[in-house]
Design a protein around this ligand. Structure first.
Ligand SMILES: Nc1ncnc2c1ncn2[C@@H]1O[C@H](COP(=O)(O)OP(=O)(O)O)[C@@H](O)[C@H]1O
Ligand SMILES: [Mg+2]
Length: 371
């Protein structure tokens, strides 16, 4: 799957700015034939903007989009878009349909528009409406449909011309659990049919159930991209959550717990806390340098947790704790989170990139260790 001849879409350093705001920031991504790749990120991360650029609905500020046609990759331009996107179907954000049209009319229209062979359109339309469980409704007016049913018609309208590549932007959004399951099953069917699926969602579960690989996007940047298994084992392997008392806390002896609690609610910009956490990060690197790599400690100000990446070996963990104690670091919490769930990783990556973003904003105060 990793052979370059199997790349169907390649994004190279793709960026989009709206005015001064960077919505998509040098995104590079390869989408392979036959895979389902999940594009996972919180609202506002840049998923739709990226997909709209692939659909040629938005023009990139910088970077390139390459799409395979007739065996070779070609760069998408305004001139060749129809030819290059011929083999791709899109659902970008929620579709809007005329209330008085029926699924049959809408899908027949799209099929003709996309040049699907005329004699086969009728059976094709009936077939795909059946695939998504709405066969009974094929001649009913869309105006009477629930949001979920409209969304399903939107999804099948993306594949009416039987493209090899299907790009679905948040197909689960606004659906109830049962409709979400139908959509999940439908995506699995597309995969069985050998389609290449590029699926975005802010819902981790929906993505992890169907995707072979997951690209996590936050603040316009891809912060992780791997198979679910690899992401999960990374999450399990190697993180310690450390909470310590800072010098100002244990100097005020007797009320340290309370002080800690009240400090949690202090302005995180508070310069004393920032200074102390910077000093602590420096000290942790010194104390733990035998056990960790550079750039493996980050501090999460809101939870007051130092996150330390290490090799995951229990002996190392033990030695690290001993080193902390031997150096009079006031450890109050030292744990390996049970992060088997990608959930933890996802939140963690997002938290890391949020922290990083804060650091960018506060260029005058540099915390050494974040990412
Ligand atoms: N047309 C636009 N003009 C200005 N800002 C936009 C526009 N479209 C999107 N954005 C901003 O870009 C960021 C990414 O948006 P979007 O790609 O829609 O995120 P997602 O799909 O991941 O929720 C958001 O902060 C959004 O407000
Ligand atoms: Mg979106």
């Amino acid at each position: 799957m990793s052979q370059s001849t199997d790349i169907l879409i390649e994004l190279r350093q793709l960026s989009k700015k709206f005015g001064k705001f960077t919505a998509v920031d040098k995104v590079s991504l390869q989408i392979y034939r036959g895979e389902c790749i999940g594009f996972l990120g919180p609202n506002g991360a840049g998923k739709s903007t990226t997909m709209k650029m692939v659909a040629n609905l938005l023009r990139p500020t910088a970077g390139e989009i390459w799409i395979r046609t007739n065996g070779h990759l070609e760069q998408l331009t305004g001139q060749n878009k129809d030819r290059l996107l011929d083999n791709t179907g899109f659902l970008i954000e929620s579709p809007a349909f005329y209330k008085t049209s029926t699924p049959r009319q809408i899908l027949t229209y799209f099929a003709k528009l996309k040049g699907y062979p005329r004699p086969e359109i009728k059976s094709r339309v009936e077939n795909i409406v059946g695939m998504i469980g709405l066969r009974k409704w094929i001649d009913e007016k869309i105006g009477t449909f629930s949001k979920g049913m409209k969304q399903k018609i939107g999804i099948v309208s993306a594949i009416v011309h039987d493209p090899d590549i299907v790009i679905l932007d948040e197909p689960h959004t606004g659906l109830d659990p049962s409709a979400r399951r139908d959509v999940r099953d439908f995506i699995l069917k597309l995969r069985e049919m050998g389609k290449t699926v590029f699926l975005s969602s802010h819902l981790l579960y929906e993505v992890s159930e169907v995707a072979d690989r997951i690209a996590i996007i936050s603040h316009g940047r891809i912060i992780a991209c791997d198979t679910l298994d690899n992401l999960e084992s990374q999450a399990q392997r190697s993180t310690i959550h450390l909470e310590v008392l800072h010098p100002s806390e244990y100097r005020e002896s007797g009320e340290s717990t309370e002080t800690r609690e009240s400090q949690k609610f202090q302005d995180p910009q508070d310069s004393k806390i920032i200074q102390e956490s910077q000093d602590m990060v420096t000290k942790l690197y010194r104390v733990l340098h035998d056990f960790i790599e550079p750039n493996s400690i980050s501090y999460h100000r809101d939870t007051r947790v130092y996150q330390i990446d290490f090799n995951g070996v229990p002996q190392t963990q033990h030695q690290m704790l001993r080193a902390l104690m031997a150096n009079d670091i006031m450890v109050v919490e030292f744990s390996v989170p049970k992060a088997g769930l990608l959930e933890a990783l996802y939140l963690d990556y997002i938290a890391k990139s949020d922290t990083e973003d804060l650091e960018h904003q506060k260029a005058n105060i540099k915390v050494e260790a974040v990412l």
